[in-house]
Design a protein around this ligand. Structure first.
Ligand SMILES: *[C@@H]1O[C@H](CO)[C@@H](O)[C@H](O)[C@H]1NC(C)=O
Ligand SMILES: *[C@@H]1O[C@H](CO)[C@@H](O)[C@H](O)[C@H]1NC(C)=O
Length: 146
């Protein structure tokens, strides 16, 4: 039948191509993020990236801002050593490192009102928390000096 012949020859190859793209190591990786929005977090081992710099939730529950030579520019440690922490930007403006039961570090910027906030690794290497009006409520103070 003409109908099923056309279906089989057009649809099936599309399935195979789609399946190949899904498993192919050549598929384009997701672009590196330079920011997270409130309600989002960095998992253990994940980074923000910008202009060769990385802001990483290290697997040992330290936070490290490093340059393109992996030199540490800024860091923060947890109140006790652990592994597998996440770094969450909360709706109250606080940036908090959590293990499975406890908060191990925070930016101490919690506000009374819920707003949209952004944690941004800027191109000038400063890491900031901005509110929705672009007011900076926290920063690593690591912008490159001219
Ligand atoms: C955590 O890991 C980093 C990178 O491996 C290392 O430089 C740092 O010293 C470690 N921090 C602690 C407290 O062990
Ligand atoms: C905040 O900054 C971003 C990036 O520069 C800009 O696109 C946006 O319009 C700004 N928002 C406000 C409310 O000023």
């Amino acid at each position: 039948m003409a109908f099923s012949f056309i279906s089989a020859t057009t649809i099936l190859p599309l399935f195979f191509i789609t399946a190949l793209l899904m498993v192919s190591p050549l598929a384009t990786p997701a672009a590196a993020r330079d920011s997270v929005k409130s309600g989002q977090w960095l998992n253990s081992g994940e980074s923000l990236e910008n202009a060769g710099y990385s802001f990483t939730m290290m697997q040992n529950c330290t936070i490290v801002l490093s340059d393109s030579n992996k030199k540490t520019i800024w860091w923060a440690t947890a109140k006790y050593l652990d592994s597998g922490c996440i770094l969450k930007l909360q709706h109250d403006g606080n940036l908090v490192m959590y293990n499975s039961i406890d908060s191990l570090w925070s930016s101490r910027t919690n506000r009374n009102t819920w707003k949209i906030y952004y944690l941004i690794l800027r191109a000038d290497h400063n890491v900031v928390i901005n509110d929705e009006d672009n007011n900076t409520i926290w920063e690593t103070d690591t912008s490159s000096s001219p």
